[in-house]
Design a protein around this ligand. Structure first.
Ligand code: SF4
Length: 445
């Protein structure tokens, strides 16, 4: 098989992996302009200084020996199969890098023969890149559940970030839909990677690993949403537990995309992208705004509201804390006002030292009051036309969402960056030790 054919198959097969920030848009090439977002194979991640890095996103092989019900690459599917040799993959990556198409590599794989064999192939490709071609750029590798610790160590010191897909939000669903995997086969390597990152191990046993730190950019995971019956309450509790116990950098949610028909899978035609988006918003609140999972969702209402974002939902559920007087409330409370992020809160705090702020001043400070106006006063007055009544606020916010929906906005991937994250504000997430939550995530705790 020609290398280009392999690349076409293996880049396309990698599009279901979301453990890096891909564009989430679908825009075809335009005559006279450079680039398109439709073809698989390129995705992005962000460096510590906020720079966007373009990655070649590809599988080592899609000739998978496992049979996960939801996956296009499962062994029982009749799809074109391809496998790179380590040398092919290394040459391809360095070739793209030299042409300035990419700055790094995101490498995943189906299970070729078994987890250890697959990982050996991945390690060899990356070793060639690092040692023979001198590639010092960003590499994110997806480890295979069930890989031995020795090979995880080898992989970990070659790459910047490692991830292992937890796949589904409960062990019951994992057993049902991914029968070749188990909670243990996923969690044991995740714990090993966590410990490796903590210790920044220097494995003295092989010459390959003497020079590198173990996965210095940390560990992440991916969870499919909507292929199994777990609620948002369960998913967010599991995420909180993963952040706490395994010290993950990110939990990525992947809206279930119906690519197979199987009686074990839900009968849906579209990926639940809005649900995925709400989960990311909730995750954002937990990671950067110091919200405890219990503040965002509870078991009696186990799904996030599709019409209003989780911060608005929290504010409406705590309406007794509002209206917030913009000239007086502390910085921490400013951050809890829907629509106000860290940059806006910082500008408000700085400006109000000089003078008392009015709604016009907020506009001048570039603080969006689209949602905030329902929850704030300036010098004791509400914004014009605002009726401070929870039902009316909900209706207004929901109407805005519906009108966005009519314009097609809610049909696709939404922006994750409506609000900025408060850098340095958050300490460790609140302790999450209730028996109820342990029961929900027994295979994590
Ligand atoms: S292990 Fe499962 S999810 Fe991964 S490629 Fe194979 S069938 Fe797909």
């Amino acid at each position: 098989m020609e290398l280009l054919d392999k690349l076409t198959i293996l880049a396309d097969a990698a599009k279901y992996d979301v453990a890096c920030t891909s564009s989430g848009v679908n825009r075809a090439a335009v005559n006279g302009k450079l680039g398109s977002t439709t073809s698989a194979g390129i995705c992005h991640t962000f460096s510590a200084d906020g720079r966007c890095i373009t990655l070649l996103k590809v599988l080592m092989s899609n000739a998978c020996s496992y049979d996960c019900t939801y996956c296009v690459n499962r062994r029982s599917n009749d799809v074109p199969r391809a496998t790179f040799t380590p040398r092919e993959l290394a040459e391809l990556t360095i070739g793209f890098y030299r042409r300035n198409y990419i700055e790094g590599l995101f490498l995943s794989s189906g299970v070729l023969r078994n987890p250890d064999y697959t990982t050996e192939q991945m390690c060899e490709a990356i070793r060639l890149l690092r040692d023979d071609y001198g590639f010092n750029g960003y590499i994110h590798a997806k480890a295979i559940p069930g890989t031995s610790e020795q090979l995880l160590t080898r992989l970990g010191v070659l790459v910047d970030r490692m991830s292992l897909n937890i796949e589904l939000p409960s062990e019951t669903s994992l057993r049902l839909l991914a029968p070749d995997k188990s909670g243990q086969s996923v969690l044991a390597p995740m714990r090993f990677v966590r410990d490796g990152i903590k210790e920044n191990i220097q494995d003295k046993t092989t010459s390959i690993v003497k020079r590198a730190r173990f996965a210095p950019a940390g560990q992440s995971t991916q969870m499919i949403v909507g292929a199994s019956p777990e609620s948002d309450f369960q998913i967010l509790n599991l995420s909180a537990s993963l952040y706490r116990t395994l010290e993950l950098k990110r939990v990525f949610f992947s809206a279930y995309l119906p690519v197979n028909t199987d009686p074990l899978l839900p009968l849906v035609t579209k990926a639940p992208l809005l649900r995925e988006h709400r989960l990311y918003q909730a995750d954002w609140l937990m990671r950067f705004y110091h919200f405890d999972v219990n503040e965002i969702i509870d078991e009696s209402n186990p799904f996030l509201d599709p019409l209003i974002d989780p911060k608005c939902n929290w504010a409406l559920n705590h309406i007794d804390l509002f209206p917030a007087e913009i000239n007086r409330v502390p910085y921490e409370m400013l951050l809890r006002i829907p629509g106000i992020g860290v940059k806006g809160a910082g500008r408000i705090v700085k400006a109000r030292r000089e003078r008392s702020l009015r709604f016009e001043d907020l506009k001048r400070l570039n603080v969006s009051t689209k949602r905030a106006r329902y929850f704030i006063t300036c010098n004791g007055s509400f914004a014009e036309g605002v009726l401070f009544d929870p039902a009316s606020i909900y209706d207004n916010l929901a109407d805005e969402a519906r009108s966005r929906h009519c314009k097609g906005v809610l049909d696709g991937q939404l922006s994750l960056f409506e609000e900025s994250a408060p850098v340095g504000l958050m300490s460790a997430s609140a302790a999450d030790s209730s028996a109820q939550r342990r029961e929900l995530v027994p295979w994590i705790n």
